[in-house]
Design a binder for this molecule. Structure first.
Ligand code: ADP
Ligand code: MG
Length: 343
């Protein structure tokens, strides 16, 4: 892990408006993660004040271009990365910034499925050993019961006894990801953080893995934080969508609203680049200039100012905060907010 600078956050953006009847299993408040990079130890701001409420038993999707901070957020939630500042609460209890012992107890409840099962599975460990490992570590399950439980778990994820003694290279990509899922659900976590769980798979297998995830969620009542740049996958699984750009959430709301009537120019550009045909024609397409800029250094203007075709002078002077623009729907763009045109 890189050195962590102690500089305080530049912006603690956003206020969170929880949806009705919201029972957050995770509450993320003003989370920042800074890295010191290069010979000059420049400050790279991977997360810049993210606040988010994750509803119990539902799926919150995180979308955004590569480099927007999605994986860093996922790793802060699962304890793989310590945030620079801000807090993560699980059922109201602070879980960020704890010591190793407390963390291992708590992080049983928040498990992760990685993008690439090739690199997340130990090539020398059989399926049995891989899936049994969290049972041993977190629950101290005796060996005989572990073997039984692993068989049950394999059946749950659509594999069977024939796979028990296989090594990762003896499995297909889809089977490997099923093993990754079995390992993650072995200790019955409350939250499963899925970082691009289907993007390394063949298109033909993606749908099957999504079906499996939906079925497991129904059966076990788990909460998902689902990271993907595949908007079709997001449409299938997400209840809420948070759109991230350069370390911040720029729009957040119900999945159908964000996917059919995106408000923030960044979300509109994402949808224009990959329209979801099932939702019909998106309103007016929007194209951004250039590439995502470097996350090194402080940013005092709107994160999107340099790329946005709707940029105004006011966008250059401050970073707009997330503001309510509809029922349980927030956006960090005053230019496109409904009140801007009404005023
Ligand atoms: P995403 O998952 O949305 O593609 P990441 O969270 O992986 O984004 O990365 C966000 C930014 O943080 C990127 O600019 C990335 O290069 C940087 N970053 C991530 N991890 C590290 C690290 N360990 N050291 C330095 N920079 C990092
Ligand atoms: Mg990532």
């Amino acid at each position: 892990m890189s050195a962590q600078p102690t500089t305080p956050s530049t912006t603690a953006s956003s206020t969170v408006t929880p949806p009705p009847g919201d029972d957050p299993v995770l509450a993320i408040e003003g989370l920042t993660k800074h890295y010191a990079v290069g010979a000059r130890r420049e400050q790279l701001i991977a997360l810049d004040g993210v606040s988010l409420s994750v509803q119990r038993g539902r799926t919150t999707a995180l979308v955004g271009e590569s480099g927007s901070g999605k994986s860093t957020l996922a790793r802060c939630l699962t304890g793989l990365v310590q945030p620079t500042s801000g807090t993560v609460l699980l059922n109201g209890e602070k879980i960020s910034g704890l010591g190793a012992v407390a963390m291992s107890r708590i992080y049983r409840d928040v498990q992760m499925v990685f993008q690439d099962p090739n690199s997340s599975l130990n090539p020398r460990r059989s399926v049995q050993q891989t899936v049994a490992e969290p049972l041993k570590r977190h629950l101290n399950t005796p060996a005989k019961q572990r073997r039984e439980r692993v068989r049950e778990l394999l059946h749950l994820v659509g594999l069977d006894d024939r796979h028990l003694d296989r090594l990762p290279h003896e499995l297909s990509g889809g089977q490997r990801q099923r093993v990754g899922i079995a390992r993650a659900i072995a200790v019955e976590p409350q939250v499963l953080v899925l970082d691009e769980p289907t993007s390394s798979l063949d298109v033909s297998v993606r749908g099957q893995v999504l079906d499996l995830l939906l079925e497991l969620q129904q059966r076990m009542g788990m909460t998902y934080v689902f990271i993907s740049h595949d908007l079709h996958a997001v449409r299938r699984v997400a209840d809420r969508v948070s759109v991230m750009y350069l370390g911040a959430v720029v729009e957040e709301g119900p999945a159908t609203t964000v996917l059919t009537a995106p408000a923030h120019p960044y979300t509109r550009a994402l949808m224009s680049a990959a329209p979801v045909p099932e939702y019909g024609i998106q309103r007016q397409r929007l194209r951004l200039r250039g590439e995502i800029p470097s996350p090194i250094g402080l940013r005092r203007e709107c994160r999107l100012a340099g790329r946005c075709p709707m940029v105004r002078d006011s966008c250059r002077t401050a970073q707009p905060p997330l503001t309510a623009i509809g029922p349980h729907h927030t956006s960090a763009c005053p230019v496109t907010a409904p009140s801007a045109s009404a005023a």
